[in-house]
Design a protein around this ligand. Sequence first.
Ligand SMILES: NC(=O)c1ccc[n+]([C@@H]2O[C@H](COP(=O)([O-])OP(=O)(O)OC[C@H]3O[C@@H](n4cnc5c(N)ncnc54)[C@H](O)[C@@H]3O)[C@@H](O)[C@H]2O)c1
Length: 332
Amino acid sequence: MARILVTGGAGYIGSHACKALACTGHEPVVLDNLSQGHRSLVRWGPLEIGDIADASCLDSVFRRHRPDAVMHFAAVASVGESVGNPGLYYRNNVGGTLNLLDAMRRNGVPTLVFSSSCAIYGSPDAGPIREDQSPKPVNPYGASKLMAERILSDFDAAHGLRSVSLRYFNAGGADPEGEAGESHDPETHAIPLLLMAASGRVAQFDVFGTDYPTHDGSAIRDYVHVSDLATAHVSALEHLLRGGSSMTVNLGTGSGTSVMQLIDAVERVVGRSVPRRLQPRRPGDPPILVAATDMAGSLLGWRPRFVELDDMISSAFAWMERPVAEARTARR
Ligand SMILES: NC(=O)c1ccc[n+]([C@@H]2O[C@H](COP(=O)([O-])OP(=O)(O)OC[C@H]3O[C@@H](n4cnc5c(N)ncnc54)[C@H](O)[C@@H]3O)[C@@H](O)[C@H]2O)c1
C-alpha cells in the first residue's frame, strides 16, 4: 500500500485514477484548486484545496500527508484556449510542474506519474504514432506538455527523480459504476458535446473538417476509456515503486474512429439524431491521430479493456443523465 498525492484529482481523469488507486489498496490524497475540478468527485481520500503554484501550500501538504509518490494531473487542457492565452498554459503546465518537482525534492518524494498528451506529436503523418516519433507540437498546450516531459527527463538525470510520462490520446467514457465522469465548463471534448447535441442541451455539434484524406472526410482520433487510463496509472506507479526506470509511453487503443463514426455511435446509443453543422478544418487539427500501443503492453503490461465505442459512449451518457440533484452537486 502506498500513499499517493494526486494533483488535479478532483478532475475528470484524476478522479478515476483515485478510484483505481483505492481499489488496488493505495491511498490517494487529492490536491486541486477546483478551477475545473469538483469537490463531489473526491470520494476516495482527503481533499486539499490549493494550487501547485504555491510552494508553501505544497510543502505543507507533503509534510502532513507524507506521500510515497505523486500522480500529476493538474493542468489547463484546452488546445483552443492555449492558442489565445499561451502564458496561462506555460505558467500552469510548465511552471506548475517545475514547482511541484522542486517541492518533491525538498520533501524527499522520489517518483511521479505525469499526464502527457498526444498533442506533443503535432500533425504527424498518418499511421500509428510511435513514442520515438519526433515531437512537433503545433499549439502552446502540446508545447507545454513536451516542455514538462523534458524537465522530468532532466530531473531524473540530475537528481534521480524517476517518472513515467503517459501520453494519452483522446479520453472518453465514465466510470462504469457511475461514481465519476466528465463535467468540464466550458465543455470542449467531442463525446460530451455530441451527447449534449443529441439530447437537446446544445443546438448542434460542429464537425470541423469534412475534406480530410480519410475514408469519410472527417478527422480520425483514438478514443481510450478513462477507466483504462486510470488502471494504466496504477501500473505505472507500481513500476516506479518497484524501482523501475523512467519511461514515456502512449496510452491509446490503436484503433481510430472518425468524427462521422462517432456521430453514428452516439445516435445508436442515445436513439436520437445529432443536429450538426459542417465547418471548415481548424488550424492545427491533424487528419489522423492513432497510437502505437505496443510499448504500454510490453513495458507496463497494460491493455485497454473497454474497447467498444458504444460502451464508452453509453457510460458517458449515463453520467450525463444522472439524477439532477447529483449533477448539480458535481458542478460545484
Ligand atoms: N482529457 C483528455 O482527453 C486528455 C488527453 C491528454 C492529456 N490530458 C491531460 O490529463 C490531465 C487531466 O485532464 P482532465 O481531462 O481530467 O482535465 P480536468 O480539467 O478535468 O482536470 C484537471 C484538474 O486539475 C486542476 N488544476 C488545474 N490547475 C491546477 C493548479 N494550478 N493547481 C491545482 N489544481 C489544478 C483542475 O481544477 C482540475 O480538477 C491534464 O494534465 C491534461 O492535460 C487529458
